[in-house]
Design a protein around this ligand. Structure first.
Ligand SMILES: [Zn+2]
Length: 145
């Protein structure tokens, strides 16, 4: 399931407004959200006062059941102190998984590869390389003789 909510955003112009942002996406259930990420439009909002469009940087969970990937995307700024992000992530996972039945928690920890990336650009790069390794046959089929 993909989840999100309304959040108060403060624009560079000083205007505060509410906008919908995604906090987690399940791209197996909602493949169109993967396209949104690849187009660079994930969590991009528009200020109703000055009209400028920008990306809201919030920790974000990318869940891909098909590839068994659970990717936390932290704002790019966290990349300077990855330990802090990792500690925060562990704390958040403890909080989320505390409400989960133990069997489900275990299934997630066994079946998913958890990754931590910094910035939406890093996620886009990861998805592009995933697309390439998903289609090795198409590349090999091109005539070479
Ligand atoms: Zn503005």
């Amino acid at each position: 399931m993909s989840t999100g909510g309304k959040m108060e955003i403060i624009c560079g112009c000083g205007n505060a407004f509410e906008a919908w942002v995604w906090q987690s996406v399940n791209v197996t259930a909602s493949p169109e959200l993967r396209e949104t990420i690849l187009k660079g439009e994930m969590n991009v909002v528009k200020c109703p006062s000055c009209g400028s469009r920008f990306h809201v940087e919030i920790p974000f969970l990318y869940n891909d059941v098909k590839h068994g990937e659970w990717i936390w995307v932290y704002p790019a700024g966290y990349g300077e102190s990855p330990e802090a992000a990792r500690a925060e992530l562990e704390e958040m996972w403890e909080r989320i998984s505390a409400d989960m039945p133990p069997a489900i928690r275990q299934a997630i920890e066994t079946n998913y590869k958890t990754m931590l990336l910094f910035g939406m650009d890093a996620l886009v790069a990861h998805l592009k390389s995933q697309d390439q390794s998903d289609q090795p046959r198409a590349a090999k089929n091109s005539p070479s003789t």
